[in-house]
Structures are given as structure tokens and as C-alpha cells.
Design a protein around this ligand. Structure first.
Ligand code: NAD
Length: 309
């Protein structure tokens, strides 16, 4: 059993902290929002008065925060307090943040004598609640080995992607594939609609052909062929458009920093940016199909062409 501080008890952090508590660890949590702290108390998460207090004396400190600036600020507070006390903790950041801030956080933690790991996740709030997340880890072999059993209590797969920051690199590369492929699948459905092809017929062919991908067969952007996809519940996420835009923006920042040519990633970020600014940030990212229909000159039509006529 470890003593673990969990900082950031939002949509992802709360269920993750609860799963750690369930697996027998001693958890002290903190979030700036008192309501988020209260929500996990009954599940066995003790609440501290600040991030630094939560981390004081803990073996492991986990952060699950919105962006790099929050992670750097919290790690600084935690380390400033710990430097007067016991060094040597393991610091794990599970947030999705920019690669440069992640590497800066590693340096800061290691300078204070801590093991450090960036370990962003995929699997969303459903995976966080069910403890089926995938963790993509960047850091030393020693940090990875120390963290893997704890991460395993919150997820199904824990992958070591290489040195400092490589977990974040894997996350944004994966999500750039996802953002681009969802637009590709959506474009195909919109073209199919215009050509009089039913959603089911296109799904039946593409799902067993070379067009097969997660965006089609797990998160199909039209209602009908896959009853569990967000399209069947008015695009309630799922994975929100605002989060997809965040990840595509991080990918573009990283691409600019290392001079990688990612023209489709750039275009995907631009399309999601416009779609989000039209007030759709809370919709599942597969709702981008409605934006493509509008660009095709249609009012958004969710019905199959044969059903509508
Ligand atoms: P969220 O906004 O629900 O939670 C973030 C929490 O951090 C909030 O409760 C906020 O009050 C707290 N916070 C901010 N600054 C703080 C500070 N200084 N000290 C303590 N608490 C602070 O966001 P989320 O959906 O839980 O996402 C968290 C991270 O996980 C993000 O980096 C996100 O990109 C990533 N992520 C989210 C999903 C998803 O489906 N929601 C999926 C994969 C990855």
C-alpha cells in the first residue's frame, strides 16, 4: 500500500482517485473546487487543504490538471514544501500537456531528487471510471517500474514510450491520427449521402475493408450502424470537441517546434477550431460531420438519404 497524493479531482481525476482508494492505497486529494473535493470524500479519498499539504510525506504524487502551466505550478508548490522534508517521491503527471512543459516538469522534479513520469491517458471518462485507461509513459526505466503497478490500478494498459516527455509525444501523435481519421470518415459519409449511399451500406463495406478505423467502428459519426456511438445520443460525449481541439493544437505546437510537416493535422486543427468556436465544444468530436454537411450546403441532416426521401 502506498501513500498517494492526487491533485486535480475533475472529470478524469475523481474516478481515477476513487479507483486507487478502492484498490487499497491511502489517498489524500486536493482540487481548487471544493465541490470536486466533496464528491470523492465518501469514496475514501481524504481531502487536504492544498496541493502541497496533500503531497507532504506522500510516496507518490499524481497530477491530473488542465494544462502545462497548472502542472508546473503545482509541481513547484509540492517540491518547494517537500524540499524541506523528505525527498525521493515519485511524481506522475497524467494530464495531457505540451511536451516542452512536461520535460521542464521532469527537470524540476529530478533536480529535487524525485523520480518523475509523464503518463497521459486515453480512454476518457468512461475508461477512468471503469479503470480501463491506457497510460502512455515517458521517463526513466526506474520511474516507469515504480509507477506501473499504481497506474495498473487505474487502467488496463501501461506502455513505456521512452524518455522524459515521450508519453505526451505518443498521446498527441495518437490523437492527431484520431482527429484526422474522424474527419476522413465523416467526409466519406457526407459524400455517400450526396451519392445516395445509405449509412449502413457504407458502414458494412468500410468496416471490413481498408477504410476500417476506430473513428468508424467504435465512434461512428452517423446514428444507426453502431448503436453505442455518440451520434445515437445527439453527440453527447464521448470525447468532447474542445478536448480534441486541445490535443490537435498541442500537436501543432510540437510540430512547429521540431519542424515536422503535418498538413492534415494543421487542417484538422483549423476545422475543429471553427467548429468549437461556433458553440460546439461540448459535443462529441464526431459531430464534426454536421459541420461538413453545412459546408456542403445542407442543413444538418442526420437521416439516411433513402430514409429522408
Ligand atoms: P477537468 O477540468 O474536469 O479537471 C481538472 C481539474 O483540475 C478541475 O477540477 C480543476 O479545478 C483542477 N485544478 C486546476 N488547477 C488546479 C490547481 N492548481 N490545483 C488543484 N486543482 C486544480 O478536466 P478533465 O476532463 O478531468 O481532464 C484532466 C486532464 O486529462 C486534461 O489535461 C485533459 O486534457 C486530460 N484528458 C481528459 C480526457 C477526458 O475525456 N475528459 C481524456 C483524456 C485526457
Amino acid at each position: 500500500m502506498n501513500s498517494i497524493a492526487f491533485i486535480g479531482l475533475g472529470n478524469m481525476g475523481a474516478p481515477m482517485a476513487l479507483n486507487l482508494a478502492k484498490s487499497g492505497h491511502d489517498i489524500r486529494g486536493f482540487d481548487l473546487l471544493p465541490a470536486n473535493c466533496e464528491a470523492v470524500r465518501a469514496g475514501g479519498v481524504a481531502i487536504a487543504g492544498s496541493a502541497a499539504d496533500a503531497a507532504d510525506g506522500a510516496d507518490i504524487v499524481i497530477t491530473m490538471l488542465p494544462a502545462g502551466k497548472h502542472v508546473l505550478a503545482v509541481w513547484n508548490d509540492v517540491l518547494a514544501k517537500r524540499e524541506q522534508g523528505k525527498p525521493g517521491a515519485l511524481l506522475i503527471d497524467c494530464s495531457t500537456i505540451d511536451v516542452a512543459s512536461a520535460r521542464q516538469a521532469h527537470e524540476r522534479g529530478q533536480a529535487a531528487g524525485c523520480l518523475t513520469l509523464d503518463a497521459p491517458v486515453s480512454g476518457g471518462t468512461v475508461g477512468a471510471a471503469a479503470a480501463t485507461l491506457t497510460f502512455m509513459c515517458g521517463g526513466s526505466a526506474e520511474a516507469y517500474a515504480a509507477a506501473a503497478p499504481v497506474l495498473g490500478a487505474m487502467g488496463r494498459r501501461v506502455v513505456h514510450c521512452g524518455p522524459n516527455g515521450n508519453g505526451q509525444a505518443a498521446k498527441i501523435c495518437n490523437n492527431m491520427i484520431l482527429g484526422i481519421s474522424m474527419i476522413g470518415v465523416s467526409e466519406a459519409f457526407v459524400l455517400g449521402e450526396r451519392l445516395g449511399l445509405s449509412h449502413q451500406a457504407l458502414y458494412d463495406v468500410a468496416s471490413v475493408s481498408s477504410g476500417q478505423c476506430w473513428a468508424l467502428t467504435t465512434n461512428c459519426p452517423v446514428p444507426g450502424p453502431l448503436p453505442t456511438s455518440p451520434a445515437n445520443r445527439d453527440y453527447k460525449p464521448g470525447f468532447a470537441t474542445a478536448l480534441m481541439l486541445k490535443d490537435l493544437t498541442l500537436a501543432q505546437e510540437a510540430a512547429a517546434a521540431v519542424h515536422a510537416a503535418t498538413p492534415l493535422g494543421l487542417e484538422a486543427a483549423a476545422l475543429y477550431n471553427t467548429f468549437a468556436r461556433q458553440g460546439n465544444g461540448d459535443l462529441d468530436f464526431s459531430a464534426i460531420i454536421e459541420f461538413l454537411r453545412l459546408r456542403s450546403g445542407d442543413a444538418a441532416t442526420k437521416d439516411e438519404p433513402d430514409a429522408a426521401s
